[in-house]
Design a protein around this ligand. Sequence first.
Ligand code: PXP
Length: 242
Amino acid sequence: MIRLGVNVDHIATLRQLRGGSTPYPDLLFYVKESVRAGADQITIHLREDRRHIQLNDLKLLAKNCPVNLNLEMAASSEMLKLAKKYKPTWCCFVPEKRQELTTEGGLDVLRNEKKIKLYAEKLQSFGIEISLFIEPNLEQIRSSYRVGADAIELHTGKWVLLKGRRKQLEWRRLVEAAKLGHKLGMRVHAGHGLDLMHTQKIKFLPFLREVNIGHFLICDSLKDGLFASVQRMKKTLTTRKS
Ligand code: PXP
């Protein structure tokens, strides 16, 4: 069974468009709706620029999230302290650039092995599991293994946007990456840019255990609500026929 992580960042984006001055949208309500519709996990990204999720959201969900909480975060000393304090089930290290529209590209584990290993070990000693958001690059996967990651989350953003032969080549990179990650004993997760059509395909990635999906679900929910969107996605993920 492939687990569905629902990323609720963009519910907070809507609230923060008015500087967080409105009591709506109620993040916890939508978290509960997602879970009721079949989400196995809730994912949030507390960015340094606080453009969507705020510290209060982390506090709230650390206490009240009814399923596993996956905290995406930069490998920074500030985030290390917050993760130790609020103890999400998972921490997923992601790269962060101030000007980016969304998380662009994967984490360069290879160039930051020492720091990531240190941070990962510290959080694991608190019982938090560690995943690393990386490109489907075999060197990054070997490096993720060396730092002791519990899981790799493969960046699907490039594959989603590509067309034709280049898309097929990127799919092959994802397959090879998933196989190596599994062989090295890490769990294989995937995420970024996934919509219903790409989820239909990504579920056939070998050894895939989890996907994290945000932007599409929140956009799709404008039609007939988040419950229906999450339910459709869950069904797409769990029905074996494509
Ligand atoms: N996984 C990671 C590590 C991410 O940074 C994001 C974006 O916040 C997602 C998954 C979800 O991507 P999207 O919002 O495009 O579905």
